[in-house]
Design a protein around this ligand. Structure first.
Ligand SMILES: [Fe+2]
Length: 249
């Protein structure tokens, strides 16, 4: 596969996540595998669970893990961030401090539960308070209906992230078609956690993946257009995180 990609969702920092890499060696192996798949920059997005630790403690741990990775010959550009689990009073914690790099882009994880009415205002209050650009992590995982996706689409600057390895499945392509009707940009992330059960799989995107889209055989052109839109959104969001825009509060 050729190309130059950025991975917007990856648990690559050593020792940060209970389900992440065991040590720096495994993190470096993940970096090398991503590099071989065309990835040149990674958003390091360890889980932030507000019931486990406060923002300061999380950022201290993240700083040490990032330093360890960079001291070990990391072959990728790393933007430190977080995968922030949303909760009802999200706007009351300093979510802005967990944005990607120096940007105002934040990766948000929804609860593994059916859609609930408090979710939208929780995101809206946080986005408005800190002038953030919200990215909903692994949008394929929640099973939201088109009507529920529309509720997210009404939040300003909303972006969805889909897991690259899931693009080989029909349901993900079907979801992309539904999202395209909402007008929300979609970006890609590996959501890789390790080198075993959840290793990076960025090499399913592009023409190879589109050619597999038998389910949409009759609308293959449309599927390819949607994939191209993903890659365009990828470039736009990459430019956004490279230009510091964070608003001091
Ligand atoms: Fe994740």
């Amino acid at each position: 596969m050729s190309g130059r990609y950025i991975d917007f969702h990856c648990h690559i920092l050593p020792g940060m996540d209970f389900d992440g890499t065991n040590d720096v060696c495994e993190s470096i192996a993940m970096c090398k595998l991503l590099r071989s798949q065309g990835v040149e920059a990674v958003c390091a997005t360890p889980h932030f669970y507000p019931w486990n630790e406060d923002v300061d403690a999380f950022l201290t741990r993240r700083g040490k893990a990032l330093a360890a990775l960079q001291a070990s010959g990391c072959p990728l550009e790393i933007f430190p961030g977080a995968e922030v689990q949303i909760f009802q009073s999200l706007s009351e914690c300093r979510a802005d401090r967990m944005c990607i790099g120096e940007s105002n882009v934040i990766l948000l994880e929804m609860p593994q539960a059916p859609f609930q009415s408090w979710m939208i205002p929780a995101i809206e209050n946080t986005v408005y308070k800190y002038s953030l650009i919200p990215v909903i992590a692994h949008i394929e995982r929640y099973g939201y209906t088109p009507e529920q996706l529309q509720k997210f689409a009404h939040i300003p600057k909303m972006i969805f992230q889909i897991t690259a390895s899931e693009l080989k499945y029909k349901y993900s392509l079907k979801l992309l078609h539904a999202i395209s009707a909402c007008g929300v940009p979609v970006v890609l992330g590996s959501d890789a956690h390790n080198m075993t059960s959840r290793a990076p799989q960025f090499d399913v995107i592009g023409e190879k993946m589109a050619a597999k889209a038998g389910y949409f055989h009759k609308s293959l052109q449309m599927t390819q257009a949607i994939i191209e839109n993903c890659l365009c959104a990828q470039h736009v969001l990459e430019n956004t995180i490279r230009i510091p825009k964070k608003t001091e509060v």
